[in-house]
Design a protein around this ligand. Structure first.
Ligand SMILES: Nc1ncnc2c1ncn2[C@@H]1O[C@H](COP(=O)(O)OP(=O)(O)O)[C@@H](O)[C@H]1O
Ligand SMILES: [Mg+2]
Length: 248
């Protein structure tokens, strides 16, 4: 577990007795408690439909600000802000998210404009866009049309547009779903760099045991409306990485 340079680990995400349901009859989370320290890289795992994306939305504040749901109780504190009392725009500066659907996040005519968009929106210096493209080694794509790029390139453009905003937390939802092996390795490289160089806290929601196995020592494991922190070794056997469904 990584920590700030000198002092004891400080939580950047805290869940206190959090319950959530979209619909009256079906609860997603019941009385959840956990915390995540600054600079950690954690996996989020669980069966399809268990609530991985929902957890990302709760941290990012999409729930309850854009999706209200039927029941939201307890407190989620992200970088000192009580999520349900903080405006989405302020939360956006703290938490960046790469959504599963890459195309839904790309709407500009050029890669450079795509990266500038978020900066202008948050009234930050648009010149930071070039730094972000350089940082992710895609400056040569700056005049390309984002929609025409490969999945790996699209993902890197989205990462650049998030990194430009210098968020403290980065959440990726199923980031490897469209990537081949080479692009998965590249993604791992960028994530490791962001973590090491910016002490960025990184959460990876994924059904890809290989990616999680390579990147994360600990995992937030979702089962039966509960979330427990588990060591990677508790979920993955040496013989087979694909043990999620049988873990308790
Ligand atoms: N906007 C929504 N309204 C109602 N139900 C939803 C909504 N989004 C997701 N769900 C349901 O909540 C459950 C958890 O979904 P999700 O967080 O997307 O799971 P995962 O990402 O682990 O596959 C699923 O049963 C899903 O159908
Ligand atoms: Mg999901």
């Amino acid at each position: 577990m990584k920590q700030d340079s000198n002092d004891s680990p400080s939580p950047i995400i805290e869940f206190h007795n959090v319950s959530f349901s979209y619909e009256k009859s079906r609860s997603i989370y019941e009385n959840i408690n956990f915390s995540i320290n600054k600079g950690e890289i954690l996996g989020i795992a669980g069966n399809s439909g268990s609530g991985k994306t929902t957890l990302a939305y709760l941290i990012k504040g999409i729930i309850p600000h854009a999706i209200k749901g039927n029941r939201y109780s307890g407190e989620i504190i992200v970088d000192g802000h009580l999520v349900h009392k903080t405006k989405l725009a302020s939360l956006a500066q703290t938490t960046g998210m790469v959504f599963q659907d890459l195309n839904a996040q790309l709407f500009s005519n050029t890669v450079l404009d795509e990266v500038k968009f978020g900066l202008l929106n948050l009234k930050m210096n648009p010149k930071l866009a070039l730094d972000a493209l350089q940082n992710l080694n895609i400056i040569d794509l700056k005049d390309r049309i984002p929609m025409n790029l490969s999945a790996g390139q699209k993902q890197r453009v989205i990462l650049a547009s998030i990194i430009a905003l210098q968020p403290k937390i980065l959440i990726l939802d199923e980031p490897s779903i469209h990537l081949d092996y080479r692009n998965k390795i590249a993604l791992m490289h960028w994530l490791t760099r962001l973590n090491l160089e910016m002490n960025m806290t990184i959460l990876i929601a994924s059904n890809d045991p290989w990616l999680i196995g390579q990147m994360c020592e600990e995992i937030l494991y979702i089962k039966d409306h509960q979330i427990s922190r588990k060591l990677k070794s508790e979920l993955m056997s040496k013989r087979s990485l694909w043990m999620w469904n049988h873990a308790t």
